[in-house]
Ligand binder design. Structure first.
Ligand code: NAP
Length: 347
C-alpha cells in the first residue's frame, strides 16, 4: 500500500475565489500498487498537474449547462495531467508509457477502471523524442497552447506588418498567442496585471507591454498601437474588450478566446458593441476541443518553433499535490507568472 493524496471538490464556492478546506479539500487515502488488474485496467502515477482558470467554471451546480461538465462533489478535481503507467493490463497503455489527459484526476495514483475511462488518456511519449519536459505537454504543447494556436491560425490569421493586441498576455494562452504573432512578423502588444509580467513579455519578444492596472487601457492602446489594432486576441472581455474595440481598425478581427473578467461576481461589460458594425469587425468565438483536426499541425509547428528558439515558454511550478488548491486561487488572482504546474512526482 502507498499513500494516495487526492484533491477533492467538496463544495460549490460562495464567491468567485474558492476557499481551501471548504470548497477544495486534501484527502489522504491508500492505494494498492500490487492489486491484480482486470482486462483493460492500468495504474497511473501522476507526474504533473495543470492548473487552469477554467477549472473555476467547473465548480458549479451540475444543472447549469456549459461546454464542459461540472466537477462532482466528493470526487477529485480534474484537469490536464501528465502521468506514467506503472502497471498495465491494457495493450494500448504499456508500463513505462507517458500518458496525457485533459481530464485526469487530481490524485497521486489512479486506477483506470475500464475502456470508457481509458478514453480520457492518450499515450504521449513525445517528450522522449523532443527532449522537452513532459510538463510542457500540459501547457505550451497541450490544451492552452493549442487554444492560442487555433485562435491565431484559424480566426486571427496573422499577417506581417499588422498589429496584434493580446490581453492576459502573460497567461498560458496569451504568451503563445503573442509569440505566434511575432513568428509571422506582426507588431505585438500585450497587457498584463503586474510589472514583472510586462517585463517578461518584453523579454519574450512582445514589442510593447503594459500593466492594465496602472493605465487607462484605451488611452494606453492609442499610444502603443499608433497604427490601430488589426487583430485583438481577447482573453479578458469587459472593459478591456471595450478599449480594444475603440482602437480597432476597420475590418479588424477579434478572436473571442476567453472573458476572464466576466467570471467574477459583478463583471463590467463592454458598452461600445455598436462599433463592431461601424468598423465592420469580425468577432469569432471558438472552443479548442472542437478543433481536434488541428492538433497534429499544432504540435509540429509549436515544437519546431520552440526547438528553433523562435518562441519561449515559462512555467510556474509548485511542488507537491497538496499545493493544488492554493495554486488555483493564485491563478484566479493572477499571481502566477507563466503556466501554473503542480509537480507531483519525478518520472
Ligand atoms: N476558447 C477556449 O477553448 C479556451 C480554452 C482555454 C482557455 N481559454 C481562455 O483563455 C484565457 C486564458 O486562459 P489561461 O488558462 O491561459 O489563463 P491563466 O494562465 O490561468 O491566466 C489567467 C490570467 O488572467 C488574468 N486575469 C484574471 N482575472 C482578470 C481580470 N478580471 N481582468 C483581466 N485579467 C485577468 C490574470 O493575469 P493578470 O496578471 O494579467 O491579471 C491571470 O494570470 C481565459 O480567458 C480562458 O478562459 C479559452
Amino acid at each position: 500500500m502507498v499513500k494516495n493524496t487526492q484533491v477533492i471538490f467538496s463544495r460549490i464556492p460562495d464567491s468567485y475565489i474558492p476557499e481551501v478546506g471548504k470548497d477544495m479539500a486534501i484527502k489522504e487515502t491508500e492505494f494498492d500498487l500490487d492489486a491484480p488488474l482486470s482486462n483493460g485496467q492500468f495504474i497511473l502515477k501522476q507526474l504533473s498537474l495543470s492548473i487552469d482558470s477554467y477549472m473555476r467554471g467547473r465548480m458549479r451546480d451540475p444543472s447549469v449547462k456549459s461546454y464542459v461538465d461540472a466537477f462532482e462533489i466528493g470526487k477529485p478535481l480534474k484537469c490536464g495531467t501528465m502521468s506514467l503507467v506503472t502497471k498495465s493490463n491494457n495493450p494500448k497503455f504499456k508500463e513505462g508509457d507517458l500518458v496525457q489527459s485533459s481530464g485526469g484526476l487530481f490524485e497521486q495514483y489512479t486506477l483506470v477502471q475500464d475502456e470508457k475511462q481509458a478514453e480520457e488518456y492518450q499515450v504521449k511519449n513525445d517528450p522522449r523524442d523532443t527532449g522537452l519536459p513532459p510538463s510542457y505537454y500540459l501547457g505550451l504543447l497541450g490544451m492552452p497552447g493549442m487554444t492560442a494556436y487555433v485562435g491565431m491560425m484559424k480566426i486571427g490569421r496573422p499577417k506581417k506588418g499588422k498589429t496584434l493586441y493580446v490581453s492576459a498576455a502573460a497567461s498560458s494562452v496569451g504568451q503563445l498567442a503573442g509569440q505566434i504573432g511575432k513568428v509571422y512578423g506582426m507588431t505585438v502588444v500585450g497587457s498584463a496585471g503586474a510589472d514583472d509580467k510586462t517585463v517578461y513579455l518584453k523579454e519574450i519578444g512582445f514589442d510593447e507591454a503594459f500593466n492594465y492596472k496602472n493605465d487607462d487601457i484605451s488611452t494606453k492602446l492609442k499610444e502603443v498601437c499608433p497604427k490601430g489594432i488589426d487583430i485583438y486576441f481577447d482573453n479578458v472581455g469587459g472593459k478591456t474588450l471595450e478599449a480594444a474595440i475603440a482602437n480597432c481598425n476597420n475590418y479588424g478581427r477579434i478572436v473571442a478566446c476567453g472573458m476572464i473578467s466576466q467570471y467574477a461576481e459583478h463583471p463590467e461589460t463592454a458598452h461600445n458593441l455598436m462599433q463592431i458594425i461601424v468598423k465592420r469587425l469580425r468577432v469569432e468565438g471558438f472552443i479548442v476541443s472542437d478543433e481536434a483536426d488541428m492538433k497534429e499541425q499544432f504540435r509540429k509547428d509549436v515544437t519546431q518553433w520552440l526547438l528553433d528558439g523562435k518562441i519561449n515558454y515559462k512555467e510556474s511550478v509548485a511542488e507537491g499535490i497538496e499545493k493544488a488548491p492554493e495554486a488555483l486561487i493564485d491563478v484566479l488572482q493572477g499571481k502566477n507568472l507563466g503556466k501554473q504546474i503542480i509537480k507531483v512526482a519525478d518520472e
